[in-house]
Write a protein that binds this ligand. Structure first.
Ligand code: S3P
Length: 162
């Protein structure tokens, strides 16, 4: 079975919905950032401390590796769309859902400590959203608005998969 892939901004709900989809479908859930840290033997923060490029290279390797597997539900890191090769690899073997959550909702409740790119405050969320929205839309097979209750959004996704 093809992989189910979630892309979107940090704080858009990729992990929450990824876990819920995996549970409902009885498929394994993979958080690409956790997988990267395990495979590379380094933390994301330590890679960013070298450079964003060092992190993106590791992310590209991780995505290449994950794209060779099947049947997974994968929550990607928010910047996966920055490398075209990563999106091409994901598409070869998966259906990409863009979880589109309003920047104002993300800014109001995102856990900034866990997200180095957002540490400069809420304005950074708006800037990143503007910078990336076209990339997310172009990469997506399906765009899912993350509005309403968790159940409603989950059902929207499952209706497309099933
Ligand atoms: C990033 C998002 C993070 C993580 C890294 C870079 C980004 O993942 O991959 O800090 O560029 O948006 P989450 O989207 O899970 O926070």
């Amino acid at each position: 079975m093809r992989n189910i892939i979630l892309i979107g901004m940090p704080g858009s709900g990729k992990t929450t919905f990824g876990k819920a989809i995996a549970e409902r479908l009885g498929r394994p859930f993979i958080d690409a950032d956790d997988y990267l840290e395990e495979k590379e033997g380094r933390t994301i923060a330590s890679l960013f401390a070298i450079s964003e490029d060092a992190f993106r290279d590791a992310e590209e390797r991780t995505i290449r590796d994950l794209s060779e597997k099947e049947n997974l539900v994968i929550a990607t890191g928010g910047g996966v769309i920055k490398r075209r090769a990563s999106i091409e690899n994901l598409k070869k073997n998966g259906h990409i859902f863009f979880l589109d959550r309003d920047a104002k909702d993300i800014a109001s409740d995102v856990e900034v400590e866990k997200r180095p790119l957002l540490k400069d405050g809420p304005q950074k969320v708006y800037d990143l959203y503007q910078e990336r929205i076209t990339l997310y839309r172009n990469a997506a097979d399906t765009i899912i608005g993350n509005h309403g209750t968790k159940e409603e959004v989950l059902e929207k996704i499952l209706a497309i998969i099933e």
